[in-house]
Design a protein around this ligand. Structure first.
Ligand code: SF4
Length: 68
């Protein structure tokens, strides 16, 4: 089923992963990341997002350091 919000989501999606097949389909994006113990790019500040490290551990370090 095509997501009715996909185009709108794509416009505001900060993820810079090149050629991402789920960009804008947030439910699939979240599902894909959680399977890998990770979070979507939009959970991370711009500089952290650009590292492509989406792990829970990276997010936890950002929280610990007050960056999130
Ligand atoms: S959940 Fe994924 S597709 Fe949706 S805005 Fe966040 S990074 Fe983009």
């Amino acid at each position: 089923m095509e997501c009715p919000n996909k185009e709108t989501n794509q416009q505001s999606c900060p993820c810079t992963w090149p050629g991402c097949r789920v960009k804008g389909t947030c439910c699939e994006c979240i599902r894909k990341h959680l399977k890998k113990r990770a979070l979507p790019g939009c959970c991370f500040p711009k500089d952290a997002e650009a590292s492509f490290d989406r792990s829970f551990e990276h997010f936890a370090r950002l929280v610990q350091s007050g960056k999130v």
